[in-house]
Write a protein that binds this ligand. Sequence first.
Ligand SMILES: NC(=O)c1ccc[n+]([C@@H]2O[C@H](COP(=O)([O-])OP(=O)(O)OC[C@H]3O[C@@H](n4cnc5c(N)ncnc54)[C@H](O)[C@@H]3O)[C@@H](O)[C@H]2O)c1
Ligand SMILES: N[C@@H](CCO)C(=O)O
Ligand code: NA
Length: 440
Amino acid sequence: MSNSMKPIQVGLLGIGTVGSGTFKVLQRNQHEIMRRAGRGIEIAMVADLDVERARAVVGDAAEVVSDARQIIANPAIDIVVELIGGYGIAKALVLEAIAAGKHVVTANKALLAVHGTEIFEAARAKGVVVAFEAAVAGGIPIIKALREGLTANRIEWIAGIINGTTNFILSEMRDKGLDFDVVLKEAQRLGYAEADPTFDIEGVDAAHKATLMSALAFGIPVQFDKAHVEGITKLAAADIRYAEQLGYRIKLLGIARRQEAGIELRVHPTLVPAKRLIANVEGAMNAVMVQGDAVGTTLYYGKGAGSEPTASAVVADLVDITRLHTADPDHRVPHLAFQPDALADTPILPIEQVRTAFYLRLRVADEAGVLARITSILAENDISIDAVLQRESAEGEKQTDLIILTHVTVEGPMRAALAAMQALPTVVAPIVSLRTEELA
Ligand SMILES: NC(=O)c1ccc[n+]([C@@H]2O[C@H](COP(=O)([O-])OP(=O)(O)OC[C@H]3O[C@@H](n4cnc5c(N)ncnc54)[C@H](O)[C@@H]3O)[C@@H](O)[C@H]2O)c1
Ligand SMILES: N[C@@H](CCO)C(=O)O
Ligand code: NA
C-alpha cells in the first residue's frame, strides 16, 4: 500500500506570506491531500532569516533553521520549495537544490522569466522537476491548463490580468475615487504586492508572468528581455472616464500573440470592451483568456495573489511531484510544455511591428480645420478611424479634448502619425495614446 510509505520530505525556503499559507494548507488538508497523492507530504524543515517568526508559524511540527543551505545539504529532503523571491540568493539556492538532485517548487516568476533557460536546462540534465504553478496567476491552474489541458491546440493568443496589485489599484481608483498611493499601501498590507512594488505598478511582474506563458503557449525559450513593458503610473483619471463613455474599461493586460512574422509579448494599460467578462474582473482578482484554434476562447478566473490562494498552487505542485517522483523523467510533462529539443526560435517582435487598435486623446485648439488636419495625418499613415468623440467645450473655452478610436493598425506608422500630430501648433499638450484590444 503506497499510503504506508514514508511521507515525501519537503524543505521550505522562506516562510513569509506564501510559505506560511503553504504550511497551513498542507496541515489542514493533510488527509484529503494524502488520499489524492497516494502518499503523505510532510514539511520536515523550514529555513527563514526570521527564525522566531518561522517558529511561531510551524510550532514544533518542523525543524526551523536560519540557513537555507542546511536544507539543501540534507539528503532526507526530496523536494525544496523556494518562497524567498528575487534573483539573488533564490537563484543560487534553486540551482544548488537541483545540483543536489532535489525537485524544486517555486512561486518566483521573476527568477524563472529571467533565468528560466539556465534553470530548466540544469533540471533536465539532473532529471528533476522545477514546478511553478504559483508563479503565474497564483491559485489559478493556468500552467496546468497551458501545459496539459490545451495541449491539442495551436494557441493563437493569451491575454490576462495577471497582476492583482495593479488591478486592485485600477478598480479602487475607478469605483471609490481613491488615490493611487492609498490603494497601493492597502495592496501591500494585504500581501499582494511584490517586495519591490515598482515591479507591480511598472508592469514588470505582469511581464514576468506573460513571458512564462508565452514560452508555454508557443514553445519558445523564456525571453523577458524582449518583452515590451508599460505600467499604470502614467495613466490619467480622465482617460479612465473617457474610456467608460466609449464603452471600454482600462486594464493592465499581459498579452502574447502569434503573428506570421513572430510573437508579440507586451504588457500595457489596455482598453477592453466593457461587455467582455475580463473587463469586469475587479479588485485583486486575476483572469487569463487563452485562444486556441480547436477549443476557441477560454477564460480562467480566480485569486492570483495572497497567502492561501498562492499556497493552493504550491501544494498542487507538491502533489504532482509526489505522484511522479519515481517516474522515468522522459515520461514527465516537459517544463515548458514542448519537448526541450523542440523549442522554436520564432522571434519576439519589436513593438513597432505589433498590431493593435488605438485610443488617442488630443488636447487641441477649438478652431476650424483642426480635426481635418489630424484625420489627414492618420490617413497618410494608413490608419483608419473607428470613432471620434469631441467633448463639448464650455462657453469661452479655447481648447477641447478630442478622442479618437482607430481600427487595428501597425504600431510603427502610428508612432509616425503621433509625432506628426504632436508637431501641429493646434495640438497644445502631449497626446495620450493607449492600445485597445477587442479580445473577440
Ligand atoms: N504574496 C503573493 O501573493 C505571491 C503570489 C505569487 C507569487 N509570489 C512569489 O512568492 C515568493 C515569496 O513571496 P512572499 O509574498 O511570500 O514574500 P515574503 O516577503 O512574505 O516572504 C519571504 C520570506 O523569505 C525570507 N527570507 C528572505 N531571505 C531569506 C534567506 N536568504 N533565507 C531564508 N529565508 C529568507 C523572509 O524572511 C520572508 O519570511 C516571491 O517570489 C513572490 O514573487 C507571491
Ligand atoms: N505581486 C503579485 C503577486 C502575485 O504574483 C500581484 O500583485 O499579482
Ligand atoms: Na497558477
